[in-house]
Write a protein that binds this ligand. Sequence first.
Ligand code: DGL
Length: 266
Amino acid sequence: MRSPVGIFDSGFGGLTVVRQFLHLLPEESIIYFGDNARVPYGSRARGRIQTFVLEVGQYLVEQGIKALLVACNTATAAALAVLREKFSLPIIGIIEPGSRAAIGASRSGEIAIVATEYTIASGSYQDTIKRLRPRARVYGQACPLFVPFVERGQLNGRELEAAAEEYLSFLANTNVDTLVLGCTHYPHLSSIIRRAIGPDIRIIDPAEATIWEIKKVLEQDGLLAPEGNVPQHRFCTSGDPEHFRRLGQQLLGFPMEQVEHVAMGE
Ligand code: DGL
């Protein structure tokens, strides 16, 4: 099936998932939606996030997508269930595949999650990991300053380093051997994060496991693009399309010829 896969995030974060998607599923077309006018989702209440996510989902479904990839941990934690209730196409979230990847990587059984305030407070990663590996010890740390840095295109500098050091200092008193980047914005900051935690802790970006998951679902449902398909990609934002195009292609490492502006409620 040639129809695109819909992929969305509150902003530029989901592009870390798109990067891997284009690499692992090069014949699939996508429509990406960044809700940049309403970022961050991670400091908002559940009901609000659900409203935003259902609006974005509605728009993407109207564009004729064959499956929906929620490239946002906050949206997955707050709204995966309501999305699945409302729309009948395959919908893949990022937290379950990310948790499995972390469990597979950890020897000590101590796993840390860095994510938005909402994702950490929801306990979604903690609960999923404990369900899959009951004896695991899970630490959660919210890093609310990270997303605004990425949205501004500020990916290094002293201020950011200081924030990373402060957020990640708790690791020194633990046996954590695996750190999950539980917000799709954070892989844009992976070199800063690596510097703050040192060389020994494994960093897990849930994107890769999530792409394997969607590949499996597309295969099972007979929805893969035909072999040799030449993909076509669309990029949409509720924010400023020129800012999205400029920063987006830098973050993605892939040219975006055109970015469409799509207005969302308020
Ligand atoms: N990129 C999103 C995530 O994975 C959250 C960013 C935000 O707070 O909007 O959780």
